[in-house]
Design a protein around this ligand. Structure first.
Ligand SMILES: Cc1cc2nc3c(=O)[nH]c(=O)nc-3n(C[C@H](O)[C@H](O)[C@H](O)COP(=O)(O)OP(=O)(O)OC[C@H]3O[C@@H](n4cnc5c(N)ncnc54)[C@H](O)[C@@H]3O)c2cc1C
Length: 382
């Protein structure tokens, strides 16, 4: 196993990202943690502009649209520094997934969508989950039937984050009922087309994901909007999830780290039985243990990103990082809540919001069982 360390450029980028987050993202971050999806979406617009100005919305997009290349570890650095300050600001995570999917489409489709997405005038949703297809992503029931130069799509994506506020979505559909996972295709679907209805979905956390349900009733989409060609949809879902999993792992760790910082500040301030509670090892050791687990998991995340940069397989480590990060983050936030006492149990307290968010990430991008299934298959075989 090769050793991993940050380059000088990556360390410099960390300083730059930290400065940016402190100046641009810190103001209002605690207030934004308490907002509902639509209010939060509006509050994010000025911050999106800042992300566009600094050039992070165009990272790894084609040069033709103003994009510039960057390695995965550097993206992790930007993501982490910003998510520590405001986990709801989309910096460099989702756009990488969008770029990879949009790049598979004809040039005129890219010309239409890349500039809008890079300017953050709209969002892109990604939907593979349905009533009958979640962990079993190949069991897609939404149908796409060829009709001349188009496909007619009928079905429902539930849940599909962002659909309420997005102008376009990549959705998996069944193009061949007999071909199993090879009969799944992925389509780039503009969400203003006739036959599409979208409704909000009440969720206990992660309002920044704008949870939604999207129904498709005889929606006509050009065949050229099929991403990567017919029958490639399952691979598109898997590849997209691999990237999103490491980003999810980092975002969970950032929420846990912020909770530890809150717990440390409180442990120094709160006097119980005549002394600050940090003087009790029952409190300080909890902080020490969780800080250690978070740091170890963080290094695993960077190892995943480094493997990606080296062009090496990283699926196993990615699932390890996603599963472990959610586990250690939930435990850390839960124990920090206990240190913070009853005020942290208020639904308005940032720590309780962080816990609700991280609990959602158990399922988002694949459940713990699915991560363990991937790890076991890679280690033991099918
Ligand atoms: C915060 C959040 C974000 C999300 N983002 C998106 C998104 O952007 N796009 C999208 O399409 N979807 C998204 N989802 C949905 C998510 O992908 C699904 O919840 C997930 O894939 C699991 O599917 P399911 O909920 O239908 O559970 P199911 O697949 O029904 O599984 C139910 C339970 O059975 C277990 N199970 C299933 N099969 C096995 C097995 N073979 N062995 C052992 N255990 C098994 C599962 O692990 C789970 O515990 C999101 C969900 C959340 C909560």
């Amino acid at each position: 196993m090769s050793a991993f360390s940050f380059s000088e450029e990556q360390e410099m980028l960390r300083v730059e990202a930290r400065k940016f987050a402190k100046k641009e993202l810190a103001p209002g971050a605690l207030e934004r943690l308490k907002m509902g999806p639509m209010e939060l979406h509006e509050a994010m617009k000025p911050l999106d502009k800042k992300i566009v100005e600094i050039g992070w919305s165009a990272l790894n997009a084609p040069a033709k649209y103003g994009g510039h290349p960057i390695d995965a570890v550097s993206m992790g650095v930007i993501f982490e520094e910003c998510a520590k300050v405001d986990p709801y600001v989309e910096t460099v995570g989702a756009m990488q997934a969008t770029t990879a999917l949009l790049e598979t489409l004809p040039e005129d489709v890219q010309d239409e969508w890349f500039p809008r997405l890079i300017r953050r005038e709209t969002k892109h949703a990604f939907g593979f989950t349905e009533a009958q297809a979640g962990s079993d992503a190949a069991n897609v029931q939404t149908r796409a039937v060829r009709d001349g130069d188009d496909y007619i799509i009928t079905g429902e994506k539930f849940p599909i984050p962002f659909a309420m506020v997005a102008d376009v979505a990549s959705i998996s559909v069944r193009t061949d009922p007999k071909a199993g996972f090879k009969g799944v295709s992925m389509f780039w679907v503009p969400l203003r087309l006739p036959g599409i209805s979208i409704r909000p979905l009440p969720w206990m956390g992660n309002p920044n994901l704008v949870p939604s349900v999207a129904s498709f009733e005889g929606v006509r989409v050009p065949a050229r909007y099929c991403e990567g060609g017919e029958g490639q949809g399952f691979y598109m879902v898997v590849n997209t999830l691999d990237w999103l999993r490491v980003i999810t792992a980092l975002t969970c760790l950032c929420r846990a780290q912020a909770s530890i910082e809150d717990a440390i500040a409180w442990a120094k301030e709160r006097i119980v039985f005549g002394q600050p509670i940090y003087k009790y090892q029952g409190v300080s050791f909890i902080i020490a243990e969780h800080a250690t687990m978070l740091e170890a998991t963080r290094l695993l995340c960077y190892r995943v990103l480094s493997l990606k940069d080296q062009g090496l397989p990283y699926m196993t480590e990615c699932s390890m990082a996603k599963w472990l990060s959610v586990e250690v983050s939930i435990q850390a936030i839960k124990d920090c809540m206990a240190i913070l006492g009853h005020p942290a149990y208020s639904t308005e307290h940032p720590v309780s919001q962080r816990l609700r968010d991280v609990v959602g990430f158990q399922m988002g991008d694949g459940t713990p069982q699915m991560q363990k299934m991937i790890i076991a298959r890679m280690l033991i075989g099918k």
